[in-house]
Design a protein around this ligand. Structure first.
Ligand code: NAD
Length: 357
């Protein structure tokens, strides 16, 4: 039976890096006889230019029908002056909320070949392999009421609402426990239960859930300590689970432990395991159009897509092995360049992965 993949290149470097991932997907589709069929659509700034809105109905419709989605990135200075409701980022948030992509998986893996790219000492980070599971459709980024209001006397006050229901906590908790079961069976739940009632409930539910996963060792950590521990001794972690805002911040911090954001993939899943896969970085307008962006995070996102949504583990592993091989060969885009590396363009990196396959 065929499976459908929707490609959403987006803005900035998005089209350049998605083009390379698309070639890789076509190659494994043939090699492993996966029966993938591809379609594409506009999202973000590209959609605003084409239709006036960041998430056109046609794109949302195709996204709903697809088995999996590969996204480049959205946004850029061209659209920064638009009002909040029609900014490119709304396209992304709209996809996440319409498809209920509540489970964001962000691995932070340090390839041994790139140990010198990290700003931390090699002994602190070499062999690092963490998975951050971030709740993506709830918490303070979506809570109502929100806004800026005028108080008596004319002073303005900004406000947001931090809210999680039991069921929202439970479903992200299950994703995290199951991920831990497939890895080293250690799960650290990050909260701020000493200050925020929402996260007191979060901690209670995680404790309750742990009874269903006796093989997983559950621990808890306050977010401020987690931020410190990630730079002090990051290898103590296996899987981290946390809410939307803490996860946003900690996963970027973990990304930098690996040296380049250009290497890191991500997956956002719903309860049917339909998923949207994208690099952790943004649209990098500063280097867009120059052919120098690193396509590996997007190529590795395609590998995650094969693993989590398309049940093609062999193809996923083949891509990951090919990426490791091109790094062994010393090929480096500018963001991961080292003294002994050979500098390549976006396209040359994509071609090298194809050749390694
Ligand atoms: P960014 O991730 O786009 O760029 C940060 C830095 O990393 C830049 O110097 C950039 O050149 C570099 N970089 C990023 N990806 C790279 C790659 N693949 N290869 C080499 N270098 C890479 O973050 P930003 O500059 O804060 O944001 C730029 C735009 O992207 C903004 O409009 C922002 O809203 C948007 N954004 C989109 C997403 C998304 O689509 N998921 C995520 C974050 C930011």
């Amino acid at each position: 039976m065929s499976k459908s993949v929707l490609l959403l290149p987006g803005d900035g470097i998005g089209p350049e890096i998605v083009a390379e991932a698309e070639k890789v997907l076509h190659k494994v589709n043939e090699q492993f006889d996966l029966g993938l069929v591809f379609d594409s659509a506009h999202v973000g700034g590209a959609a605003i230019d084409a239709t006036g809105v960041p998430l056109p109905d046609d794109t949302l419709d195709k996204a709903r029908k697809a088995d999996a989605i590969l996204l480049g990135a959205v946004g850029g200075p061209k659209w920064d002056g638009l009002e909040m409701a029609i900014r490119p980022e709304k396209g992304l948030l709209g996809l996440r909320s319409n498809l209920e992509l509540f489970g964001n998986l962000r691995p932070a893996i340090l390839y041994p070949q790139l140990a010198s790219a990290s700003s931390l000492k090699p002994e602190v980070v070499s062999g690092l392999d963490i998975l951050i599971v971030r709740e993506l459709t709830g918490g303070i980024y979506f809570g109502q009421p929100r806004g800026v209001r005028e108080l008596e006397g004319g002073e303005r006050q900004g406000y947001n609402t931090y809210v999680y229901s039991e069921s929202e906590i439970r479903r992200i908790g299950r994703v995290a426990f199951e991920a831990a079961q497939q890895r080293n069976k250690k799960l650290c739940s990050v909260d701020k239960a000493n200050v925020l009632e929402v996260t007191v409930l979060w901690r209670e539910i995680m404790e309750e859930l742990s009874k269903d996963y006796p093989d997983v060792e559950l621990s808890h950590m306050y977010v401020d300590n987690a931020a410190m521990q990630l730079v002090r001794a990051p290898k103590q972690f296996d899987v981290i689970v946390t809410g939307n805002m803490f996860g946003d911040i900690l996963s970027d911090e973990a990304a930098m432990l690996t040296g380049s954001i250009g290497m890191l993939p991500s997956a956002s899943l719903n309860s049917d395991k339909q998923g949207m896969y994208e690099p952790c970085h943004g649209s990098a307008p500063d280097i867009a159009g120059q052919g120098i962006a690193n396509p590996l995070a997007t190529i590795l996102s395609a590998a995650m897509m094969l693993r989590y949504s398309l049940q093609a583990e062999d193809a996923a592993q083949a891509i990951e092995a090919a990426v490791s091989k091109v790094l062994d060969q010393g090929l480096r885009t500018a963001d991961i360049m080292s003294d002994d590396g050979r500098k390549v363009t976006t396209r040359e990196m994509g071609e090298a992965v194809l050749a390694a396959l």
